[in-house]
Design a protein around this ligand. Structure first.
Ligand code: 13P
Ligand code: SF4
Length: 305
């Protein structure tokens, strides 16, 4: 096909069938990508799918740490990330040398790392978690002292829910979620008095305190389905509203203040996805020693709900 010819959805589906590929997409992906996914979900759901599903080729529409996680959990599968540069700035807020220093300062503590971290950080961790199971992981691990990295807001929420443990927090944050303000909650309450305000735990803790529910993106999908409320205000990346609106056409969704976009999540366009499949790039390949150590922490993660 010449570069001038427009690629259609049928072209994509033909290629996907020919390559026997499976498309996984995170809830923040563009609507056009969400619509093409075999599995759409949050970080924990997609990690579990990548580990359990039978497939030789996985295309992960998300950011680097998600595709790396899939590769670590399923080393025998070929895992592709459509856009090489689609990283997660939150994951970059802690380096291996910084974590090594922290481990030296607290030698008795377990390191619980949020899945939004590099493979190197996972390899230095005792267990990983996502926003869906962070509280359960910290509550149930067999130690009283925890180093929690890198998100301080998710860490604040974990601390609040597990007050009996000594939790040392790294001060990283997500540039998307930190833009939501307390005043956005106040204004939304005034504008939509009957709405439920659902926020992601990466929002600033002052926003978390004022909201109705603190949920992972998958948690939001489940909550909205069973709630009797008709209107919702959503404090997370805008892609979530696309999915919620599509799956709940009788309900209304507003963003908490301005729509917030994760530019890294939005790099995966239909053309990028098609080219990724066609060229079979960019393949996730990690150092074998990193893979082995990181896998221990990730295998522990998927055991917790
Ligand atoms: P979830 O695990 O809730 O999908 O969140 C991932 C993420 O990157 C949030 O910014
Ligand atoms: Fe990373 Fe924040 Fe984007 Fe999630 S929304 S992928 S934490 S930068």
């Amino acid at each position: 096909m010449s570069s001038e010819e427009k690629i259609t959805k049928d072209d994509f589906l033909r290629l996907k069938k020919q390559k026997k590929a499976l498309i996984l997409a995170h809830n923040y992906q563009l609507g056009e990508i969400q619509d093409l996914a075999d599995y759409l979900g949050d970080s924990l759901e997609l990690a579990k799918v990548s580990r359990e599903v039978e497939a030789e080729l996985i295309v992960f529409c998300g950011v680097t740490f998600m595709a790396e996680t899939a590769k670590i959990l399923s080393p025998e599968k070929k895992v592709l990330l459509p856009v090489k540069e689609a990283g997660c700035p939150l994951a970059d807020t802690i380096s291996p040398s910084q974590l090594i220093k922290l481990k030296q300062d607290y030698p008795e503590a377990w390191v619980v790392s949020y899945v939004n971290t590099s493979a190197e950080i996972k390899a230095l961790s005792d267990v990983c978690c996502t926003s869906a199971n962070a509280v359960s992981v910290v509550k149930n691990i067999p130690v009283n002292q925890v180093i929690f990295v890198p998100d301080k807001n998710l860490g604040w929420w974990v601390k609040k829910n597990v007050p009996e443990k000594d939790i040392i927090l790294w001060q990283g944050g997500c540039f998307v979620h930190e833009q939501f303000k307390e005043s956005d909650v106040d204004i939304s309450r005034k504008n939509y008095p009957n709405a439920e305000i659902l926020v992601h735990p990466e929002c600033n803790f002052k926003v978390l305190e004022k909201s109705d529910k603190i949920l992972s993106t998958g948690g939001m999908v489940n909550w909205v389905k069973q709630s009797s409320a008709k209107t919702f205000v959503i404090g997370t990346e805008q892609g979530m509203i696309y999915r919620l609106g599509k799956e709940n056409p009788e309900k209304t969704f507003y963003s908490l203040g301005m729509a917030r976009l994760c530019r890294n999540m939005k790099m995966t366009t239909f053309t990028a996805l098609y080219n990724c499949l066609k060229r079979e790039e960019f393949e996730m390949n990690l150092e074998p020693e990193i893979m082995v150590s990181a896998r221990v922490a990730l295998e522990r993660m998927v055991q917790y709900v």
